[in-house]
Design a binder for this molecule. Structure first.
Ligand SMILES: NC(=O)c1ccc[n+]([C@@H]2O[C@H](COP(=O)([O-])OP(=O)(O)OC[C@H]3O[C@@H](n4cnc5c(N)ncnc54)[C@H](O)[C@@H]3O)[C@@H](O)[C@H]2O)c1
Ligand SMILES: [Fe+2]
Length: 439
């Protein structure tokens, strides 16, 4: 939660000068623009003059990315290049059982390094776990942090590195750019096709006292190297594959309509949407199809590149609260909430939702002509259909959320950084209504 005002700095602050209810920031009075099939803004050919959407300031950060089948073997070289001698490998029991950390450890040793292992991370990583991980890093005299796992492991690895250079308690860093000293080098190896944490400037931590998830945000948290090897995806259980694929979809959609989107993030966001729709269900029925796994790895990566620069929206602001309260899988919550948030946002941004519908392949190529009052329903229904296909629950009640939780969840959502870039302003009553609709 927290930091709505500060989140604006972490996106492209130029875009956030956009006044709600007025024309989009990329428009000048009297000069309308239309999204083309890739979602970029196309000028009216009858109106000469410079294109403001192309002239405005856009920032884009990203780690070095090593992508491809078998790329795990590159992680040891990356650690060496970053000056490692005693790297800390952060992972969790599920990954250990799948065997991937052993492969990494052996390659690190072959490269002449003396790796140390720390594996006490649980899903939705807890503040105390990260502090214990830092104690291990310090006691072992480590120098570089490698995270091999899903978003929970990657966030824990980032948190450990943060504490190694800055000290204190992890919750002290809630907010934007609160990290004063450069952190040790980070090499991240994602094992799920979802979170994009391996390229992002976010670290999401469960505050165990308040039972909510806090957001630490800042360019210092962008890893040095992301090693994306789709082989690791083959040991994911089906429910994890489904959940993380829907998380990547949510990143793509929320980044594309975010108030902080820019032309550099738009293509990645739409490509991610298209890849998830083209491949997620296929990987459920054909888990050994290497091509589809690679494309899902690419979807997660591109969605990550989009949202770390454009930030997110109401769906993530809401799912963070439920995840913190009930320790539920992040991607499942996004999959349940996303159709409701789409219906809420679409009237504000029908053009951009038409572009999303096109990326999904909706309406026989006629998605660009969908009426403004129908496009949200089309997109929402198609997201729900995909969620049904991959077995995600229909509502939050099935996951243990009840009416009694709604007002607290809505109150915490209002303080979440991700809400500040949602395209439509949302009151506490709006958020309560969205939670009720999603029950
Ligand atoms: N920092 C960011 O930018 C960012 C973005 C989105 C989500 N997140 C966070 O990421 C977390 C969710 O991460 P996640 O959905 O990737 O799952 P996860 O890391 O929570 O892992 C869930 C379970 O799956 C197991 N697992 C993961 N990969 C596996 C594999 N390849 N084979 C077998 N088992 C495997 C793990 O051992 C764990 O038990 C949440 O805490 C969420 O808030 C962070
Ligand atoms: Fe997410």
């Amino acid at each position: 939660m927290v930091l709505r005002s500060e989140a604006r700095r972490a996106g492209n602050s130029m875009l956030l000068t956009h006044r709600r209810g007025a024309e989009r920031p990329d428009e000048v009075p009297g000069q309308r623009h239309h999204p083309d099939e890739r979602g970029s803004v196309r000028r009216d050919p009858d109106r000469p003059g410079p294109d403001p959407a192309r002239l405005r300031l856009a920032k884009f950060h990203a780690p070095e990315i090593v992508f491809g089948h078998g790329s795990l073997s590159e992680a040891a070289h990356a650690a060496l290049r970053l000056g490692a001698r005693r790297p800390l490998v952060v992972t969790d029991p599920g990954l250990l059982a799948a065997g991937w950390p052993d492969e990494l450890l052996s390659q690190l040793r072959q490269a002449g390094l003396q790796p140390r292992l720390w594996h006490d991370v649980t899903p939705n990583p807890k503040d105390r776990e990260i502090e214990a991980g830092f104690q291990s890093y310090a006691a072992e005299g480590c120098d570089v942090v490698l995270g091999i796992g899903g978003g929970s492991v990657i966030d824990a690895a980032k948190g450990i590195a943060l504490l190694a250079a800055n000290g204190g308690r992890i919750l002290d860093y809630e907010g934007v750019d609160k990290i004063g000293h450069p952190i040790p080098p980070l090499v991240m190896i994602p094992s799920t096709s979802g979170t994009g944490a391996d390229v992002s400037q976010f670290c999401i931590v469960t505050d165990t006292a308040r039972l909510t998830k806090i957001t630490i945000m800042g360019r210092a948290l962008v890893p040095d190297v992301s090693v994306v090897d789709a082989r690791l995806l083959t040991t994911m259980p089906d429910d994890l594959n489904a959940a993380t694929g829907l998380d990547a979809l949510t990143h793509g959609i929320e980044a594309f309509v975010s108030l902080a989107h820019n032309p550099l993030t738009d293509n990645h966001a739409l490509q991610a949407v298209s890849l998830v729709f083209g491949n997620l269900a296929h990987t459920m029925y054909h888990p050994d199809d290497t091509t589809a796994r690679n494309l899902m790895a690419q979807a997660a990566l591109e969605a990550g590149l989009a949202f770390t620069n454009a930030i997110l929206g109401a769906c993530h602001a809401m799912s963070h609260q439920v995840g913190g309260l009930l320790d539920l899988p992040h991607g499942v919550l996004n999959g349940v909430l996303l159709p409701h948030v789409i219906r809420f946002n679409a009237p504000t941004e029908p053009d951009r939702f038409r572009s999303i519908a096109q990326a999904m392949g909706l309406a026989d190529g006629r998605a660009g002509e969908l009426p403004a009052d129908e496009v949200g329903e089309w997109v929402a229904a198609e997201v729900r259909r995909l969620a049904d296909d991959v077995g995600v629950p229909k509502g939050l009640a099935e996951l243990g959320v009840s009416e009694a939780n709604v007002s607290r969840l809505a109150e915490f959502t209002m303080a979440d950084a991700c809400l500040s870039t949602n395209p439509r302003p949302a009151s506490v009553a709006d958020i309560e209504a969205l939670f009720r609709a999603a029950l």
